[in-house]
Write a protein that binds this ligand. Structure first.
Ligand code: ATP
Ligand code: 9VF
Ligand code: MG
Length: 460
């Protein structure tokens, strides 16, 4: 038995297209991409489907059944007969049909249609057209096997589907009977609205923060809630489109950038791809956790996990050029292999600002951080910590979430980078700032994303 032909080949051989409602169209032209096929019918319709062997469209074209012929396509009898007879197939080849897996009512209906060939055929308006299913056995070749197999599969699934529906209905009736209040009692209707796992997931996706408690006992029905949230999210996106048109991550970057520039810091934009040796030079040896988190490329480079190495190089060179103190910052993507979910991204945005020379004191660092977070409207607490790169750090926390690690230099590592003045610096994750600002459950909402736009899932 041969593998099934691609849909593309079936379209070419049959020269007709069978719509989902089993209407036969003439194929005027078609074009294919790597995955899809786009068919232009004689009546001017354009259909794009997966160019697959296993699709419903491919199965339909391997069969010879149709319900009616499109009036506008003006198909000749020759073309219709070609589709029905399928004598362009090698009669020695039997194509393998997969059994129909799903017991959807749609399939049952199709089976019903196949059972009334004459009636269905009569509705098309073309009297010379062969009846549905006429090809099965009509030319005696084995090419009719798929049609028979498909019919058999459909027949086999039909009772199962019917049973399922009946069983559900019975269950519902029973449930209703059980919850019926006694006739003489007046009872408030109790809405016990248990969400299925997939319904809960869908609603969680549609919620931007915790605006609705999904465990509330008087939650509206899923369909109602979903429709309401979809409408709300769409309206919000339209509002963004009509008014600000700014991406929150980009907007935050611009805001931070303007703030730091106003405080006398010069903005840097360096490469995201950096020499791997910078990681080692930062004191992060191969056996250290952060080293294992680095995305390496095969040319001795890596995606930067931090901004500090390049900033060190700038401090070293600017020291000879710019007046003291030297104040610099960079904002941009950083990459780390992470496993922890809701506060870690593998691709995140860091701002690292630092000052070298005069005024590089702990007080000034704390003062600057306070002004920075006050400007952004984000509350915080300070916490002492230790890290393997710098030793003592001041962590800036919002509850349990670390917003930043800040350091008061100098540190011994400065020698390796040619930096020999005191310094202060801090690195903040922008997505963490957005998470706090917008009360996002997951950091992904405010990140670079194919799906989330300003916290809103775009699958609406
Ligand atoms: P954590 O302990 O939370 O993993 P860290 O101490 O490793 O963070 P730092 O190296 O101090 O992070 O980086 C400075 C800041 O960058 C952090 O305070 C945080 O705001 C942000 N950041 C670090 N890693 C990530 C990440 N994977 N996703 C999002 N933001 C991050
Ligand atoms: C503060 C966190 C080494 C003098 C160029 C600047 C800093 C901590 C930043 C960052 C990191 N350090 N994720 O250094 O500002 O580097 O670990 Si500089
Ligand atoms: Mg840290």
């Amino acid at each position: 038995m041969a593998d099934r032909p691609m849909l593309e080949r079936l379209v070419k051989l049959n020269d007709v297209w069978l719509s989902r409602k089993d209407v036969l169209h003439g194929v005027k032209s078609y074009d294919v991409s790597t995955k899809k096929i786009r068919i232009h019918t004689d009546c001017g319709e354009v259909i794009t489907v997966n160019n697959s062997r296993r699709s419903a469209s491919a199965r339909a074209l391997r069969n010879s059944k149709y319900r009616k012929v499109c009036k506008h396509c003006k198909l000749s009898d020759v073309r219709i007969n070609r589709f029905v007879a399928k004598d362009f197939y090698d009669p020695g080849i039997t194509y393998v049909e997969t059994p129909v897996k799903k017991t959807a009512p749609k399939k049952v209906m199709k089976k019903g249609m196949a059972e009334q060939p004459a009636a269905a055929a009569g509705s098309g308006g073309n009297s010379s057209r062969p009846p549905v299913g006429a090809a099965a056995g009509s030319n005696g070749s084995s090419t009719s096997a798929p049609a028979a197999a498909a019919t058999a599969a459909a027949t086999a699934t039909a009772p199962a589907a019917a049973t399922t529906v009946a069983a559900t209905a019975t269950a519902a009736v029973t449930a209703a009977a059980q919850t019926q209040p006694a006739a003489n009692k007046i009872q408030e209707p109790v809405t016990v609205n248990k969400l299925s796992q997939s319904q809960r997931k869908r609603l969680e996706t549609l919620l931007v923060s915790d605006e609705i408690d999904l465990d509330s006992p008087d939650l509206p029905p899923f369909e109602e809630l979903e429709a309401e949230l979809v409408a709300k999210r769409k309206a919000e996106l339209v509002d963004i489109y009509e008014n600000s048109r700014e991406h929150m991550l980009a907007q935050l970057e611009r805001d931070i950038s303007a703030f730091l520039i106003s405080k006398g810091f010069i903005e840097i934009k360096s490469s995201i791809l950096i020499p791997e040796e910078y990681i080692v030079k930062m004191g992060i040896d191969k056996d250290v956790e952060l080293s294992k988190q680095v995305f390496r490329t095969d040319d001795g480079k890596c995606l930067r996990p931090m901004l500090a190495p390049v900033l060190y190089n700038y401090l070293h060179r600017f020291d000879k050029i710019l007046p003291d103190p030297v104040k610099i910052f960079e904002i941009g993507p950083c990459y780390r292999k992470e496993s922890d979910g809701s506060s870690h991204l593998e691709e995140f945005t860091m701002v690292n600002f630092c000052q070298m020379g005069d005024g590089s004191t702990r007080e000034n660092l704390i003062q600057l951080i306070d002004e920075f977070l006050t400007h952004l409207g984000i509350s915080y607490e300070l916490e002492g910590d230790e890290c393997m790169v710098y030793g003592a750090t001041v962590d800036i926390m919002h509850g349990d979430l670390e917003l930043s690690s800040a350091v008061v230099g100098p540190v011994p590592m400065d020698m390796d980078w040619g930096v020999n003045k005191p310094w202060i610096g801090a690195g903040f994750g922008l997505e963490r700032l957005l998470k706090v600002r917008h009360n996002f459950k997951n950091i992904k909402r405010g990140s670079r994303s194919e799906y989330y736009y300003n916290g809103i899932h775009t699958n609406l």
